[in-house]
Design a protein around this ligand. Structure first.
Ligand SMILES: [Zn+2]
Length: 311
């Protein structure tokens, strides 16, 4: 309980700082009163906030929120700001694909190709679905880029039941009997299961974990994974698309024919060339537009050239 005296000291009229400067009068006293460091600003933001310098190193962070987030997520080693400040922000991003995406974003922002980038992402726990938003904004001062503000806020949390698929005792028996115990993979996002340890006949069919039979049915080590639909929704959409190189007129023509549903053989015949040449062209086209296969190339092509369907 605070004493009345402390309360009186704590409350100041607006515009007057603790040292007695009148914040409303004169730039000098105003400047002195308003000297807050970047960490103070970041701590005032909701959620996790970092300021990253042009080299990618974390310069400052919102310490209070960092501490709370680290402890809530079982990472006490990150609760101390000195474990974070000075390190490259990419050191905290897991997975090559996602790290490449972040590297691309940083490059885009630091080279003034964009002022801000934002996206939705998920960071789930076994009993919790968490939807978050990441915003990255360039901080400029006196005409120079000083760094990037990373700011993530939680939009929604939904509790969910952990799927009971792991029976430690059974797993120990199975593991000791097999040289190479086959794994079951679990999608961290939707909790579906796949893998030869589940049933070799449905190894790549992701099935609902809670309906599969639970701990009685799954007797293999569990690996965390992300199923293709969740991967598409939460990872692919983050990745910068393609090499960015423009397509040549010849490549556009081939892509148009692909969209019309023609096989390599027919495309080769129509262009008076060989199937191998068409294949080589397609490979380069896929690389340039960021497609992994024909279906994706067609889907992406229609976004740019909606008229490609017509013959
Ligand atoms: Zn999934």
């Amino acid at each position: 309980m605070r004493s009345g005296r402390e309360n009186r000291v704590g409350i100041r009229p607006p515009g007057v700082c603790g040292a007695g400067h009148d914040g409303l009068n004169g730039a000098v006293s105003g400047d002195r009163c308003m000297r807050l460091d970047v960490g103070d600003w970041l701590d005032g933001l909701e959620g996790l906030a970092y300021f990253v310098g042009p080299s990618g190193a974390v310069v400052a962070c919102g310490e209070r929120n960092l501490r709370r987030f680290a402890l809530e997520n079982g990472a006490p080693e990150l609760a101390d700001p000195s474990a974070v400040i000075g390190r490259n922000i990419l050191d905290f991003v897991e997975g090559d694909e996602v790290r490449n995406a972040y590297r691309g974003f940083l490059d885009t922002l630091l080279n003034d190709k964009s002022r801000a980038i934002s996206f939705l992402f998920r960071c789930d726990a076994p009993n919790m679905r968490r939807d978050l938003r990441m915003g990255m904004s360039v901080v400029r001062s006196r005409g120079e880029t000083r760094g990037v503000l990373f700011h993530s806020t939680t939009l929604k949390t939904t509790t969910r039941l952990p799927v009971r698929i792991f029976d430690f005792k059974k797993h120990r028996v199975v593991a000791s009997a097999l040289d190479d115990p086959r794994a079951v993979r679990m999608c961290s996002f939707c909790q579906k299961l796949a893998g030869p340890g589940l049933d070799p006949s449905i190894a790549e069919n992701w099935v609902d974990g809670s309906r599969y039979g639970g701990a009685a049915a799954v007797q293999a080590p569990i690996q965390h994974d992300v199923c293709p639909p969740c991967h598409h929704q939460w990872v692919d959409t983050l990745l910068p698309r393609g090499s960015g190189k423009k397509l040549t007129p010849r490549q556009i023509d081939i892509l148009r024919q692909l969209c019309q549903g023609h096989s390599n053989k027919i495309i080769a015949y129509r262009l008076g060339t060989t199937e191998n040449t068409v294949k080589t062209h397609l490979k380069e086209i896929f690389k340039r537009i960021g497609a992994r296969n024909r279906a994706e190339a067609v889907r992406l092509a229609f976004k740019t050239w909606p008229d490609f369907k017509e013959t």
